[in-house]
Design a protein around this ligand. Structure first.
Ligand code: SF4
Ligand code: SF4
Ligand code: SF4
Length: 244
């Protein structure tokens, strides 16, 4: 039986999520026993337009990217949005707070007229996405879990509970008690609460949980002397799409 063919594509992003896949090392070798990677610009020069599963990283920020993504969608049986840039717009979404002409001038200065830019869109805002792997960057174990599930024909198990759950399991001191800000109560778990574990607040890179208890979170913020406006401002880095 032929192995499923998988391909990796990248739109506007830092390509850090693809790099996470490359750092899987021995797990990547195990994976290669079960799949053929036919397109992965960051890792190989061969390219094929014949694939079953497309992992797509990055946001759509140029008109020219739209038909490219539509073509990938047409060819792939399963399309997986990989990383915050692809799933929520990630840091690319910050430009949507500004006028596009202003954005071009800030980035390209006197050459602004030579470049195309459009407001950032997630992949789901352009094509149908079958599955999402959240995070900036993605968690490598979650990538393996999602890929294994797809190969076995079952739905990947993605946490529906907040980062606080993993944080408590790790027996961390809550960063609110250290005077810091944290979006853990409303952010989807799956990263092993890595930021609070290393003493920083969660910035929400894995997106909101399905049914976030935002009023409880706001109460916690108020208890720690933070206003709603300040809290919304802090959400803009990764949850901008939900704060506009
Ligand atoms: S989600 Fe983060 S790590 Fe992944 S491509 Fe975007 S900016 Fe890079
Ligand atoms: S540090 Fe953040 S994630 Fe951890 S318990 Fe406190 S609010 Fe929740
Ligand atoms: S703790 Fe929050 S910001 Fe840090 S990796 Fe997890 S979801 Fe992302």
């Amino acid at each position: 039986m032929p192995k499923p063919k998988i391909a990796f594509f990248s739109f506007t992003s830092c390509e850090g999520c693809q790099l996470i896949v490359l750092t899987l090392e021995e797990k990547l070798l195990d994976l290669l026993e079960h799949v053929d990677i036919v397109h992965f610009r960051e890792a190989m020069s061969e390219r094929s337009e014949d694939y079953d599963i497309a992992f797509v990283e990055g946001s759509i920020t140029r008109q020219s990217e739209i038909p490219q993504l539509e073509e990938i969608r047409k060819r792939a049986k399963i399309l997986v949005a990989m990383g915050a840039c692809a799933t929520t717009g990630g840091v690319n979404y910050l430009k949507n707070y500004l006028d596009m002409e202003q954005v071009k001038k800030i980035v390209y200065k006197e050459r602004a007229d030579k470049f195309d830019t459009i407001p950032t869109r997630t992949l789901e805002e352009v094509v149908k996405v079958d599955y999402r792997i959240e995070g900036c960057p993605i968690d490598r174990d979650e990538f393996v879990e999602v890929t294994k599930s797809l190969l076995l024909g079952r739905k990947p198990r993605i946490p529906t509970y907040p980062v606080c759950v993993e944080c408590k399991l790790a027996e961390n001191v809550c960063v609110f008690d250290l005077g810091l800000f944290c979006l853990g109560p409303v952010t989807r778990a799956g990263c092993k609460a890595i930021c609070p574990t290393y003493g920083s607040g969660c910035e929400g890179c894995r997106g909101l949980i399905d049914d976030p208890n935002t009023s409880a979170h706001l109460n916690v913020l108020k208890e720690h002397g933070m206003t709603v406006d300040e809290a919304i401002g802090r959400c803009k880095l990764f949850l901008g799409k939900r704060t506009k």
